[in-house]
Design a binder for this molecule. Structure first.
Ligand code: IMP
Length: 202
C-alpha cells in the first residue's frame, strides 16, 4: 500500500488532515511515525503556494515518500493582504493568537464595515515521484469589530463567514471543516489522490 506523508510538525494538523483523507487506498503518516523527526524547513516563500511547495519538496526529498504539505493564512484587503504568509508570525513569533487579533483589530479600528473584506486561503502541494499537484481553497468573509465565539484557533474569532454571518469561532468543527479554505483545498486533493492511487496495488 502507498504511504503518504503529511509534511507538518503540527500534530493537530496531521490528525485533521488524516481524518479528511480517511478511506483512501493509502497509509497516511506524520512525522511522529518516522524513525527520526526531520528538521523543520523555513517558510521563506512569498506566497502560500510557494511555501506549500517548499515544504512538500523538502520532505519528499528527505524521506522519498509522496508528501502533502499545506500553507494557509488570512488576507485582509484593508491591510493590503496582510497578515498573509506571515499570519502565524504576525507581530512577532512571541505573540499569542489573542494578541495577534488585538493587533489586527487595532490596525482596522477606523476601517468601515464595507471595507473589512478578507479571506482565508489555503494551498496544498502534493509532491512525489510522478506526482506534482497544487490545490487552492478560499473562504471569503469580513473582519469583525471584536472577537466572537469559542471554537477553532488563530483568527477564527474575528473572521465572519460571508455566507453564514457567523465567525468561524462560532461554528462547530463539523460546520467549519467542509467550508473552510483548508477543507475546500483538501477535498480537491482527496479527489485527485483517489484517482492517482488507483494505479497502485492495495
Ligand atoms: P500554517 O498554514 O500552519 O502556516 O498557518 C498559518 C496561520 O494562519 C495560522 O497560525 C493561523 O494564524 C492562520 N490560520 C490558518 N488557517 C486558519 C483557520 O482556519 N483559522 C484561523 N486561523 C487560521
Amino acid at each position: 500500500m502507498t504511504t503518504l506523508l503529511i509534511a507538518t510538525s503540527n500534530p493537530g494538523k496531521v490528525a485533521e488532515l488524516a481524518a479528511m483523507l480517511e478511506g483512501l487506498n493509502c497509509r497516511v503518516i506524520g512525522f511522529a511515525d518516522l524513525p527520526e523527526t526531520p528538521a523543520i524547513v523555513e517558510e521563506t516563500g512569498l506566497t502560500f503556494a510557494e511555501n506549500a511547495l517548499l515544504k512538500a519538496e523538502h520532505y519528499h526529498r528527505l524521506t522519498g515518500l509522496p508528501a502533502l504539505a499545506d500553507d494557509s493564512g488570512l488576507e485582509v484587503d484593508a491591510l493590503d493582504g496582510r497578515p498573509g504568509v506571515y499570519s502565524a508570525r504576525y507581530g512577532g513569533d512571541q505573540l499569542s493568537s489573542a494578541e495577534q487579533i488585538h493587533l489586527l483589530l487595532g490596525e482596522m479600528k477606523d476601517v468601515p464595515d464595507h471595507q473589512r473584506t478578507a479571506r482565508f486561503v489555503c494551498n496544498i502541494a502534493l509532491l512525489g515521484d510522478g506526482l506534482n499537484q497544487m490545490f487552492e481553497g478560499r473562504c471569503e468573509g469580513l473582519i469583525a469589530h471584536e472577537p466572537r465565539g469559542d471554537h477553532g484557533f488563530g483568527y477564527d474569532p474575528i473572521f465572519i463567514d460571508a455566507e453564514l454571518g457567523r465567525t468561524f469561532a462560532e461554528l462547530t468543527r463539523e460546520e467549519k471543516a467542509p467550508r473552510s479554505h483548508r477543507g475546500i483545498a483538501l477535498f480537491q486533493a482527496r479527489q485527485f489522490l483517489a484517482e492517482w492511487l488507483k494505479s497502485f496495488p492495495s
